[in-house]
Design a protein around this ligand. Structure first.
Ligand code: ATP
Length: 305
């Protein structure tokens, strides 16, 4: 048994998010294309804190409102792993957060993925990625992708993952918002905006998949789409302005990531990313702007303590 590990987990962008109609169960079926990007949280998992039980500590910006109890997705992952694999649930978990909170980049899910991979490593469980994704699915729809990373299609609730063929690396500029958007609130707004419309079953865009297969950033930029974007912009009108500025300054494409409010712009290369960053910063409509790359790996141990 190892006493502790550091697991690095990525945030995600949805290159496409196709949302089906509201079902009787209260959920929406989705078809999505995820890309893991180089904005990481580090999840430190150590066995045996002095007081026993699951202890969650969080550091990073805007993290004050994240629960440190059983409502934290990392806590849920620890509890479930301990129960399923009959290992001790006495764990000290430190979440070092860089992925924006409630930003549409699935930071909480990535933290759960980090705990699953961390517990597997600490107790030498030797789990296959499929087994870990299965546990992740019980915690949240975005957890399996945070384990797999790369580029993948997500169907069902977004939790049924199939790796996608793709070529090349992509440069993104992320426009972060100081405060988050609640995912359920964005889905509710989406349903409100679609009232009276007939909504077809969600599907993955073939032109987008073709752009990924050929590694063509210009084509990819044209095919990005998100069915939640109108709802996120309706709740946060400033996002439209941000999207307009990025596109005016030559982004190959731009969209709200997931339920937002993070906006992702695709750039041609590193130099173009830096130009876009300067343009967005001087426009005064965005606070924090970052350059990230993708695809990157899923949750993985980077250090044994
Ligand atoms: P989603 O996966 O729903 O798109 P998101 O990326 O928009 O989520 P997250 O940062 O994952 O947003 O979390 C949204 C909410 O979940 C937060 O407001 C917080 O209250 C709760 N939460 C639970 N566990 C965590 C965690 N480990 N990190 C961040 N938020 C968490």
């Amino acid at each position: 048994m190892n006493t502790g590990v550091v697991v690095r987990v990525p945030g995600k962008i949805n290159l496409q998010l196709s949302v089906g109609p509201l079902e009787k169960t209260g959920f929406h079926e989705v078809a999505t294309v995820f890309q893991a990007v180089s904005l990481f949280d580090d999840v430190i998992v150590k066995s045996g804190p002095p007081n026993g039980g699951i202890e969650i500590k969080i550091s990073g910006e805007n993290t004050d409102h994240i629960p440190v109890n059983q409502n934290n997705l990392a806590y849920k992952a620890a509890e479930l792993m301990a129960k399923k694999y009959k290992v001790s649930a006495d764990l000290a978990i430190h979440l070092k957060k860089n992925i924006p909170v409630a930003g549409g980049m699935a930071g909480g899910s990535a933290n759960a993925a980090g705990v699953i991979v961390g517990i597997d490593a600490i107790y030498n469980l030797g789990l296959k990625r499929d087994d870990m994704e299965k546990v992740g699915r019980e915690i949240g729809s975005d957890v399996p992708f945070a384990i797999s990373g790369g580029i993948a299609i997500g169907t069902g609730k977004g939790d049924q993952i199939t790796p996608a063929l793709s070529r090349g690396n992509y440069h993104w500029v992320l426009a972060l918002s100081a405060s988050g958007l609640s995912t359920p609130a964005v889905y509710n707004e989406c349903d409100r905006l679609r009232e009276g419309m007939s909504i077809i079953a969600p599907s993955v865009s073939e032109p987008l998949m073709q752009a990924l297969r050929s590694g063509d950033a210009k084509e990819l930029g044209k095919t990005l789409s998100n069915d939640l974007q109108a709802a996120a912009c309706s709740l946060r009108p400033a996002l439209r302005l941000i999207l307009d500025v990025g596109m005016d300054y030559g982004a190959l494409g731009g969209l709200v990531s997931g339920s937002g409010p993070t906006v992702a712009f695709l750039a041609e290369d590193e130099e173009h990313s830096l130009d876009l960053i300067v343009a967005l910063k001087t426009s005064g409509v965005v606070g924090n702007v970052l350059h990230v790359g993708g695809p990157v790996h899923g949750a993985r141990v980077i250090e044994t303590l």
